[in-house]
Design a protein. Structure first.
Length: 280
């Protein structure tokens, strides 16, 4: 996988970085408009409308919004519970916006955590997520198996006193591969997921099964292999007493022998990274 040209990001990676920044711009714009009484469904619609106004016509998945204890997936048992509800935002309440647009064939999948006003607990969760970003990058560069890295993230959460909430996602994934998809004027979606992106993920799963790897980064045996070159949307998700926080962004994995080029975050100019820099 070619990642740089004369030290610069390849054209392909620039495309992914552009759509990832577009997604985070959307999350920040919508977060700034949230106010008491706004429902999860309204927040999800605000994200869709913002992105459609800027040319997005396809999705890896449609936007999600979770408010209050739903940020920690409290009581989630079935996939339909992830979809936006009529839960309304209140002062001090935490929220998470999760959106995955496809733009000009490039895919992003991001998570943005915030609160309506001051929420010291979620602030603490967000600060403690920095160590997870560092751990994941370090161990991917060490070529540890995805399953082992997942277990180390779990151990770090336990030491911090938190619960693993990404385990509540389908297959318990902390990450999944993303790729380019064919551009279409309009693409249907099934259960909130774009059909083009699902086809790509299914093709990766079939290809990976033949070669002994999976496009899903999970705690299960099928993820017991070294990181596969490609782009991974990574989302460690912490929970504590009904409050959740996470980030989600693209990690680039290559077959380079140079440790710094073998894995790197696609973009360090993101809201949570800037937040951590300001805290120091």
């Amino acid at each position: 996988m070619t990642t740089t040209v004369n030290g610069e990001l390849s054209t392909r990676l620039r495309g992914f970085r552009q759509v990832q920044r577009l997604a985070y711009d959307c999350a920040e714009a919508v977060a700034a408009r949230l106010e008491p009484g706004v429902s999860e469904r309204q927040a999800a619609r605000m994200q869709r409308e913002w992105l459609r106004a800027r040319g997005v016509r396809d999705w890896f998945h449609l936007p999600f919004a979770w408010f209050g204890d739903r940020t920690a997936f409290t009581g989630f048992r079935v996939p339909f519970q992830f979809f936006p509800t009529d839960r309304r935002l209140e002062p001090g309440m935490p929220f998470i916006l999760d959106l995955a647009p496809v733009y000009e064939g490039y895919t992003a999948d991001i998570g943005y955590s915030g609160s309506l006003g001051v929420n010291p607990l979620q602030d603490r969760l967000m600060s403690d997520l920095e160590a997870h970003r560092e751990l994941i990058l370090r161990e991917v560069r060490e070529r540890r198996s995805l399953r082992e890295i997942y277990q180390d993230v779990d151990r770090l959460m336990v030491r911090q006193g938190y619960a693993n909430r990404h385990r509540a996602y389908p297959f318990g994934v902390i990450a999944h591969k993303v790729d380019q998809v064919k551009q279409r004027r309009w693409s249907p979606h099934v259960f909130g997921f774009g059909t083009q992106a699902l086809k790509g993920l299914a093709a990766d799963a079939l290809h990976g099964h033949r070669e002994g790897w999976s496009p899903l980064w999970s705690p299960y045996r099928f993820s017991d292999h070294p990181p596969q070159p490609g782009l991974w949307a990574v989302e460690p998700h912490l929970g504590f007493r009904g409050t959740g926080a996470k980030f989600e962004e693209i990690l680039v994995v290559t077959d380079s022998a140079d440790p710094e080029q073998s894995a790197f975050w696609l973009d360090d100019d993101l809201p949570h990274v800037r937040r951590w820099a300001e805290e120091k």
